[in-house]
Ligand binder design. Sequence first.
Ligand code: ZN
Ligand code: ZN
Length: 221
Amino acid sequence: MENDYCYAGDDCRQRTRQHPDPGQREHGSLMCDSCVQAADRALVRLVYDYRDLENTLPRSISHWFDGQPAAGRSYPTPLNESVDELQRTMVALAQHAHRVAAQLDGLSEPPRSCRPGFALQRSIEVVLPRVRLLARDRRGVDNLVGLTMVHQKARVILGLNHRKTRMPGDCSGCMATHLLQDEPRFAGDPLVVYCGSCGRTWSREEYETYVSLGLHLGVSG
Ligand SMILES: [Zn+2]
Ligand SMILES: [Zn+2]
């Protein structure tokens, strides 16, 4: 059964409750354009996500418990483990995407061993300009979808710690009315609206298009 559905499948951003089918693939890509753009935005943010998970989160968690910084004390195990795991997954997926990009574009492989934060940054630098190349390869699509998902998970966890603005509208993925926009973090930070419940993101342009049409986000006309 051949069709033109986006290979992101169940994770395709164009799937909504009203429109359960994935979006259409375009221009030789295996993913729809909306998924490609979401992967692009996720990659721009991942290095910050990683750093923020390392720095901001543990300090704030300890504040929740007794109002004091946790000097030399370990953090609650389940949350600490899930943050560690999320960081490890980020690095593993980025390095895998790096390897696929290297094969497709005739580049050298990622270095065997270096600090995880640095490894992530290095791989993102290689992968980011090659998102559309990866979107033409089945393994690349799996990586891009995975990287988008880990960004969304980090987005929800870290959203607890950033100054943010509440935005009107409903999430097209989970229907929550919990849309947020963080204050810019760095020069040229692309303004992204995201769902505080499931982490789905929209570029500012996408968001404004949907809202000005008076529709639920993600339901294209
Ligand atoms: Zn898609
Ligand atoms: Zn949502």
